[in-house]
Design a binder for this molecule. Structure first.
Ligand code: SF4
Ligand code: SF4
Length: 58
């Protein structure tokens, strides 16, 4: 399982991309996305997102 960004909620602040220790977050197709192959579920991005747009993709 990896974390996932809800693009409907995301305000594209870039915080998650800057803070991810795995460089798993990238901007593409008009929004930020988490690469599940790189994400190690550390939750750092979810804890720091100002609008709670990131949650675990169960
Ligand atoms: S949970 Fe951790 S590794 Fe996964 S995208 Fe967020 S900051 Fe990166
Ligand atoms: S930290 Fe939250 S609001 Fe900012 S770019 Fe990432 S998902 Fe979007």
């Amino acid at each position: 399982m990896a974390y996932k960004i809800n693009k409907d909620v995301c305000i594209t602040c870039g915080q998650c991309e800057a803070i991810c220790p795995q460089s798993a977050v990238a901007f593409k197709d008009g929004g930020y996305e988490i690469d599940p192959a790189k994400c190690v579920d550390c939750a750092t991005c979810a804890e720091n997102c100002p609008v709670e747009a990131i949650s675990k993709d169960e």
